[in-house]
Design a protein around this ligand. Structure first.
Ligand SMILES: Nc1ncnc2c1ncn2[C@@H]1O[C@H](COP(=O)(O)OP(=O)(O)OP(=O)(O)O)[C@@H](O)[C@H]1O
Ligand SMILES: [Mg+2]
Length: 300
């Protein structure tokens, strides 16, 4: 049985990612390291002062958190909500990888690529929920970037009308990071939308300017999490190029739809040294079952 096959079988068994012994051990380890995050962060913040202010966003957008909650996204609700709890488990693993012991072995551990084998498996839903979970619970500052320039959906889902985004920055030296960086009414959440459609959209993701931008996120914002909602891995070569710029990948797998061979093929496109986790997205075809997540493959 291959590593992925084992991972998926295991994830199918424990849909919340914490129901068997291993899962529990993982969760405990994550919580143990999470307590040390501030200490770890102190080491990461010794980046030289940048010429542009760190939070130089000049635009603010209002997210309708009540509407997001109604649509079953992660929320600040005081009620116990399954989705909040499920994403809490997932995000702790990501934060742990980004700032805990493993971070020393990863290149740009704070940069997380969210992708999938095929379109429509739940990348945008998962990216937004991860970002909300981290920002609303005030673990860390999060920058959510819509890098799925072929099927951009973050603006639509969050009802953001700001026009300038990633592709505008990538194709014009006149567009600056403050032009595209949006602050939100969630204090620790910043967003960059996908920008205007462009005939070279995906090529732009593999451009030198993109590499520079991503490097800047990794170093200047080393104490925050950057989540890229990326195109699928199969059929979009640039996704793998982007993956090589990130320390972690979350591969969203739609249960009962994604074929094992496709998952294996997708993972084979990711750099061997990155931390790779699978997020089994089940809920919209299998109401109430939730999400599974695990790191069964990945970082050396
Ligand atoms: N777990 C879930 N619960 C409820 N709705 C979901 C869930 N996952 C995905 N959806 C819904 O399914 C649809 C597809 O999901 P989403 O847009 O996140 O997929 P995607 O992988 O980003 O697709 P694309 O490749 O088109 O960008 C959306 O309407 C989304 O809101
Ligand atoms: Mg999407």
């Amino acid at each position: 049985m291959s590593t992925i096959e084992k991972a998926v079988t295991k994830l199918n068994r424990d849909s919340t990612g914490q129901t068997d012994n291993n899962g529990q051990q993982n969760t405990q380890q994550v919580q143990g390291v999470a307590e040390n995050i501030d200490e770890q962060t102190a080491q990461h913040t010794s980046v030289p002062e940048a010429t542009v202010a760190r939070d130089a966003s000049i635009h603010t957008v209002q997210l309708d958190l009540a509407s997001l909650e109604k649509r079953n996204f992660v929320s600040l609700s005081k009620e116990r909500r399954l989705i909040n709890e499920e994403y809490r488990v997932i995000k702790r693993k990501l934060i742990n990888n980004a700032f805990g012991v493993l971070s020393k072995t990863l290149h740009h551990p704070n940069l997380i690529l969210v992708s999938s084998s095929r379109p429509g498996e739940g990348k945008t839903f998962s990216s937004i929920n991860l970002a909300l979970s981290i920002a609303l619970e005030q673990d860390k500052t999060v920058l959510l970037v819509d890098a799925d320039v072929l099927r951009p959906n973050i603006s639509k889902t969050l009802n953001i009308s700001h026009s300038l985004g990633l592709t505008d920055y990538l194709q014009s030296a006149d567009v600056t990071v403050p032009d595209i960086l949006l602050s939100t009414n969630v204090e620790r959440l910043k967003i960059i939308t996908a920008g205007s459609p462009h005939h070279l959209s995906t090529e732009l993701l593999a451009s030198e300017r993109m590499t520079q931008l991503v490097n800047e996120f990794a170093t200047r914002y080393s104490d925050r999490i950057v989540i890229f909602d990326a195109p699928p891995l199969l059929g979009v070569n640039e996704t793998a190029v982007m993956a090589a710029m990130c320390g972690q990948a979350v591969v969203v797998v739609e249960e009962n739809r994604t074929r094992l061979a496709e998952i294996e093929q997708s993972v084979s496109l990711l750099p061997k040294e990155m931390a790779v986790g699978f997020l089994i997205n089940k809920a919209h075809r299998n109401q109430g079952k939730g999400y599974g997540y695990g790191y069964y493959y990945g970082a050396s």
